[in-house]
Write a protein that binds this ligand. Sequence first.
Ligand SMILES: [Zn+2]
Length: 204
Amino acid sequence: MKIKRQKNSKKIVKFYKRSYNFKEPFQVLLDGTFCQAALTNQINIKEQLPKYLNGQITFYTTSCILHELNNLGKPVYGAFHIAKQYKIKTCDHVDKSIAANKCLLSMVKKGNPSHYWIASQDPEITSKLSTYISVPLLYISYKAIHLTKPNDLTHKTADNLISQSLLNPSSLSKNVIKELSALDKSPKETSAKKQSKKNKYKLS
Ligand SMILES: [Zn+2]
């Protein structure tokens, strides 16, 4: 089970690195719900997340998230204590903080150009991110960290990026060349693979 989970995460990390140019140290934005779940599931985030993503990580939160946790008080004191240890990524709400989930979503709009990873258990975030492009979502379940598979839109956009590079070869990056040569070798296999990925995504 553990091996399967790590194999899946490896594949997803590779996808984001290749198709969207995610680089180490990965910038992970964590909210209070994730910190709370880590406490409940006895997961040491700083220790286990780099192992899970197999790369260096810089951990961030936002002032809106800290503000919300502080307001919620005693029930989330542990999560607040954990979140306080992370660096604060400046959001657009310095003057007046907004709800933590809205703040996080605002950080990854328009194709997530800053290449953030989101770590959250918030249902609104999970649901909204299923329609966002290129935002990897980390969550905790059954005492383990998981990474959500890229949604269809994210896959399609990655494919489009490759086609655009074909029209404008000067923009070809090394990674795109690699992707293209893989497509050239086995177009049928690639499309079959894509289909099964799609099905799995719907099932899970
Ligand atoms: Zn904010």
